[in-house]
Ligand binder design. Structure first.
Ligand code: APR
Length: 228
């Protein structure tokens, strides 16, 4: 089976009602990222950081995968689909995709501030001061904050380098190292970009832009890639 690798971003979940970061009205228009998504923010005001992620987690518990997520899961009938996502939601999982790598963490998980290997599934959207791990350390969101290392980037680069088809969905390609993954795609491998806008890739693969929303654009892509 050919390897179809997907790099997804916030636009993938926009039709599920989850706001993106840099579009009009996006998350970074409502919050100052340095106040809610960095180790300094956590040290300065952990309650504000917890509340920021609690609100997003509450929204996620009320959201469902959209047709774009479902189509990516369906493509596993024809391809070895591997999804590298910048998203911290679990909508790819809930749509049925089997191979998902989260670069920036997972909103429905919390981890110990005393031992980063202690990670817990959250069954409820609220995480508060005083919620501790089995060793008694405060739990924090299992999210990669600005200024923290993207531990999974090596694995993601390896996956991108074996793609036979590379699909970029719903990301402005503003944030590195995730945005740099397009440079690990072998020369000659077709790249498809599904996004109402046209993020610049800056590489020399043959790029096909499908300037549509995720659900419509991925339906078109499926028609292009699978027997009709
Ligand atoms: N379908 C597809 N794409 C969409 C849709 C949609 N319905 N709506 C918006 N988009 C596109 C926008 O045109 C834009 O290119 O999704 C992209 C969203 O870009 P960002 O808001 O910058 O989100 P993303 O690229 O995922 O941000 C990367 O930045 O803040 C950090 O950690 C955060 O993972 C995030 C990273």
């Amino acid at each position: 089976m050919q390897s179809l690798v997907v790099l997804s971003g916030a636009g993938m979940s926009a039709e599920s009602g989850i706001p993106t970061f840099r579009d009009m009205g996006g998350i970074w228009e409502q919050y100052d990222v340095t106040q809610v998504a960095s180790p300094e923010a956590w040290r300065a005001n952990p309650e504000l950081v917890l509340e920021f992620y609690n609100q997003r987690r509450k929204k996620l518990f009320e959201s469902e995968p959209n047709n774009g997520h479902l189509i990516l899961a369906e493509l596993e009938q024809w391809f070895n689909v591997q999804i590298i996502t910048q998203n911290v939601d679990d909508l790819h999982e809930r749509a049925g995709s089997k191979q998902i790598l989260h670069l920036h963490g997972e909103l429905k998980k919390a981890r110990s501030t005393g031992n980063p290997n202690l990670v817990y599934e959250l069954k409820h959207w609220g995480l508060k001061l005083g919620d501790v791990c089995e060793k008694g350390y405060q739990l924090r969101p299992h999210i990669v904050w600005f200024g923290e290392a993207v531990e999974a980037i090596g694995q993601a680069q390896a996956i991108a380098s074996i793609a036979d088809i590379f699909v970029v969905v719903g990301t402005s390609l503003n944030v590195y190292p995730a945005a740099g993954l397009v440079h690990y795609v072998r020369k000659g491998v077709p790249v498809f970009v599904v996004d109402p806008a046209k993020p610049l890739l800056g590489n020399n693969n043959n790029v096909t832009y499908i300037t549509e929303k995720a659900s419509t654009g991925l339906m078109k892509l499926k028609e292009m890639l699978t027997p009709q």
